[in-house]
Design a protein around this ligand. Structure first.
Ligand code: 5AD
Ligand code: SF4
Length: 471
């Protein structure tokens, strides 16, 4: 499962420099030279997979002569890339579509993309008849045909297949970050966790051929990206469909070997497929980032069974021990759900004790949200909302204490940082370490964006690190 927020810690008082992405070309087919057709506005919610899907959709539209604009009012085509992982996100979609309707001008076309599109399908036309396009993520490869239908005046255009792999081979991606590029290696998910909509909205697991991944990695390096982030809901479940049958760890090494690539990240890993060869690859190749996001979801084996997570607490802890035993320290982060149906106080306490045992560098925590089509929807013993909120607050407080202590241990250490942000305050910058810790730091240099510098940590709080550049 891919997470919805980027970054292990939030920047304090640092405004990310506006990242102006140049178009990047990620496929064999060149840019189609067509007359300007119109303008589009694209809004995105959700995980990194959604962010990257939007980059592909934007690239496709730009290559067809559309121009991207900053407001829905200025657009002839309004696209909304949606998330349905939790109820709140999905509810937002229809209120947002209502807002678009009130702004909708003459001839403006509104389209819904992503997980809510896939989940609700043609029902969206009933609830929001002013929408003309409903398209799930697996069908973006067919967007050119769909656009042609819209341009021809069709008001009910859909793309709702879930088992295609056309999303891999889009012609162009307009990447938002000039230094770090997302690279999808596996789509969909076969894990069937009982609370999760992803297997329904993104379809079954499909791995991308290793030669195609490596081709794109080489193109990214040529375009000047020095960091690539391999993406998949369960990225380490990768199974190469070609005769080379590369394992995930071999793929990590092969991408690292591409000339010009300096950092390789990957997210999100599933504990059941996290094998020792991945740790060995991280140990042997410093370009592979020393950070693993390994969602546990609960510290109670009973709850893990109800969640259909395919591992017990002990098995998970063994994976952590394997990582902690690595020659190179590895940053570990996780996702936790509190208030799953039937989670007792003592189950919850097991989650708290797991936090103490593992001492994560950071985590994302969520209140359980019942979702359509999922097995857990029918489970008894729902936990009241106030109790979920209480557990969430207790969990977050515990993690805050752990993070304060962990971050304090870093004071005095120096890290390589890829500089990606610049503050309004003079001489203040920010960037990420290989273990995906954000550091705000001072430097007398004036042109640091996109460069790699050594930063020594001088100060730490639960959610931030501060330092100075080493000279
Ligand atoms: N309710 C709450 N959290 C959920 N997640 C996935 N499905 C749900 C749900 N129904 C969380 C998991 C996952 C993260 C991206 O979102 O923790 O790892
Ligand atoms: Fe992740 Fe499980 Fe959802 Fe698959 S089903 S995306 S493994 S939470």
């Amino acid at each position: 499962m891919i997470n919805c927020e980027l970054g292990m810690s939030k920047p304090f008082d640092i405004e990310l420099e506006r990242l102006i992405g140049q178009p990047s070309y990620s496929g064999a087919v060149g840019v189609v030279d067509v007359a300007r057709r119109g303008t589009f506005f694209l809004e995105t919610f959700g995980c990194q997979m959604n962010d990257h899907d939007s980059e592909k959709v934007a690239g496709l539209l730009l290559s067809r002569g559309y121009q991207q604009v900053e407001s829905p009012e200025a657009a002839s085509l309004i696209l909304y890339n949606t998330c349905s992982i939790r109820e709140k996100a999905a509810q937002k979609v229809f209120s947002r579509l209502g807002e678009y309707r009130t702004k909708q001008g003459d001839g403006q076309v509104i389209g819904v993309l992503g997980c809510v599109a896939q989940q609700e399908g043609e029902d969206i036309f009933k609830r929001a008849p002013w929408v003309s396009l409903v398209c799930g993520s697996a069908s973006y490869g067919k967007l050119p045909e769909m656009l042609a239908q819209l341009e021809a005046g069709n008001h009910r255009v859909t793309g709702l297949d879930t088992d295609t792999d056309e999303t891999f081979e889009t012609e162009v991606a307009r990447r938002d970050n000039p230094w770090r590029a997302y690279l999808t290696i596996i789509e969909g998910c076969d894990k069937a966790c009982s609370y999760c909509v992803v297997p329904y909205t993104r379809g079954p697991e499909r791995s991308r051929p290793s030669d195609s991944i490596l081709r794109e990695a080489r193109q990214l390096a040529e375009l000047g990206y020095s960091e690539v982030q391999l993406l998949g809901q369960t990225v380490n479940s990768y199974r190469d469909p070609t005769l080379r049958k590369m394992r995930f760890s071999e793929l990590l090494l092969a991408v690292s070997a591409v000339q010009g690539i300096r950092r390789v990240r990957f997210t999100t890993s599933h504990p059941s497929d996290f094998t020792p060869d991945i740790v060995s690859a991280i140990e042997s190749e410093s370009k592979i980032c020393d950070h693993v996001h390994l969602p546990v979801q609960s510290g109670s084996t009973k709850v893990l069974r109800m969640m259909q997570r395919t591992y017990s607490r002990d098995e998970y802890v063994e994976k952590i021990a394997m990582m902690r035993g690595a020659k190179r320290p590895i940053g570990i982060t996780t996702d936790i759900i509190v208030g799953f149906p039937g989670e007792t106080e003592s189950d919850f306490e097991e989650t708290l004790s797991l936090l103490e045992e593992v001492r994560y560098d950071s985590l994302f925590s969520f209140k359980y949200s019942p979702r359509p089509n999922t097995p857990s929807l029918a489970m008894d013993d729902a936990i009241p909302e106030e109790e979920k909120s209480r557990r969430l607050a207790v969990l977050q407080e515990k993690q805050r204490e752990i993070q304060s202590a962990r971050n304090a241990e870093l004071i005095g250490q120096a890290f390589e940082v890829l500089v990606s942000g610049k503050s309004r305050r003079e001489n203040q910058w920010s960037g990420y370490t290989t273990s995906h810790r954000m550091i705000n730091f001072a430097s007398q240099d004036s042109a640091l964006l996109g460069t790699y510098v050594q930063v020594r940590v001088t100060d730490a709080g639960p959610n931030n690190l501060a330092g100075t550049q080493e000279v």
